[in-house]
Design a protein around this ligand. Structure first.
Ligand code: SR1
Ligand code: MG
Length: 403
């Protein structure tokens, strides 16, 4: 079974059986295709006798969300498996274990995380994850620092840039996040009720200027190996454990893009609380929890990244000039805020939306959530180059919730 073709459930079972020593015995295995993302097939395979299970993720040669008219490289499966293995070394315990990668079938066999929930769903249902800020700040600090010119050999880093060149997946981001929402693009998708908001986005020159700068940085700044799509649908979670999945968009880009993605998705949920909580008091309480988490993500990231710099910094010129580290961290904060804004706007008017908002049943409540997310997103984009503290982002979110 070596030539590429999309697997069916029987074939997935056959491959699972061939994994030496994984499934003891020869009884029947159960298999379900459970992929609900935009791009891939995902098989869950389990042995009812031993209770052992695994996940097989296979890239399709097109974007599933659109169909076969949107071809997409299978090389993303290699990028994903290599990124997962590297992240596993840099941030142990915070990604699933990879058991096998099959290049011919664009297939990665990995640890089953069914005892976790997808964080987006967990947040929608009002779950609380007290260790998330600690875990995700470790993940982003470790993976970003040790793949950057600050934390690794700079010649090896350049070779890594080559290994993680990911033009087709980057093009998706460049179009869907940094272009389409700001024009009347065919791929945009939004409800009639917010046509006025879409048109305001298309006509806002100040906004376009800031997005063009952020887009330029995404296109040109090979600062560190990014996960590249670090939203709450790419995180499996329990109150005790956090596992980052799906780094198929990994490439060398600006660090703030990953940090901004985490924060944006917490804020998208924040904008949606009226649709999920039983009353305004409960919504306010949950919004408070989300903002505390946002603050914790940034402040812990900032502290951990600075500590790595002091302990493991490789670049003499980055280590010595007084004020350089502070300036670097300020630029990271500004990028984080700008990219968080872009990631919010795209989820309201662009091609790919989020369940936090789209699954709100009441149309009027859904519309308020969409307008609130757009208000926060636009304000963050406009703030980004002027920002000096994460508290400004939090104030913007509080103002939007109060209006
Ligand atoms: C065509 S893919 C749409 C989106 O899904 C992924 O999760 C990325 O966020 C991408 O932009
Ligand atoms: Mg994904």
């Amino acid at each position: 079974m070596s030539a590429y073709h999309p697997l069916n459930e029987e074939e997935a079972i056959e491959i699972a059986r061939s994994l030496e020593g994984f499934f003891p015995g020869s009884g029947p295995l159960n298999c379900r295709e459970i992929g609900d993302g935009n791009l891939n097939l995902v098989f869950h395979i389990s042995d009812p006798v031993s209770g052992r299970s695994l996940i097989m993720k296979q890239a399709l040669p097109y974007a599933k969300v659109v169909g076969e008219s949107w071809p997409l490289t299978l090389d993303r499966a290699r990028i994903e498996s290599e990124a997962l293995m590297l992240e596993g070394k840099l941030a142990p315990g915070l990604v699933p274990q990879v058991y096998q990668y099959n290049a011919d079938l664009a297939l990665t066999v990995m640890e089953d995380l069914s005892d976790h929930v997808i964080m987006r769903r967990g947040l929608i249902e009002g779950g609380r994850y007290p260790l998330f800020g600690e875990h995700i700040s470790t993940f982003i600090a470790q993976t970003l620092f040790f793949t950057s010119d600050l934390g690794m050999n700079q010649q090896e880093k350049k070779l890594n840039v080559g290994r993680f060149i990911n033009p087709e997946l980057c093009k998706i981001t460049e179009d869907l996040i940094f272009d389409d929402p700001y024009t009347n693009a065919a791929n945009n998708s939004f409800e009639n009720a917010i046509q006025d908001e879409a048109q305001a986005l298309w006509n806002d020159e100040q906004l376009h200027y800031e997005v063009a700068l952020l887009r330029e940085k995404f296109l040109t700044q090979a600062q560190a190996l990014l996960h590249g799509d670090l939203h709450t649908g790419s995180i499996f979670i329990t109150p005790e454990s956090t596992k980052v999945i799906d780094p198929e968009f990994a490439y060398y880009g600006p660090m703030g893009f990953d940090i901004g993605a985490v924060i944006a998705n917490l804020l998208l949920n924040y904008a949606a609380r009226e649709g999920w909580d039983k009353n305004e008091a409960a919504a306010q309480d949950y919004r408070h929890y989300l903002l505390e988490t946002v603050r914790e993500v940034w402040t812990k990231f900032d502290a951990k990244f600075r500590a790595l710099w002091d302990e493991h910094g490789k670049d003499r010129m980055a280590m010595t000039p007084p004020g350089y580290k502070d300036d670097y961290m300020l630029r990271l904060l500004r990028d984080t805020i700008g990219y968080a804004g872009c990631k919010m706007v795209r989820r309201i008017v662009g091609l790919a939306h989020v369940a936090d908002i789209d699954q709100i049943e009441d149309a009027a409540v859904r519309e308020r959530a969409q307008r609130s997310a757009l208000a926060i997103g636009k304000s963050l984009i406009k703030l980004n180059r002027q920002a000096s503290s994460i508290e400004q982002l939090i104030e913007i979110a509080q103002t939007a919730a109060a209006s």
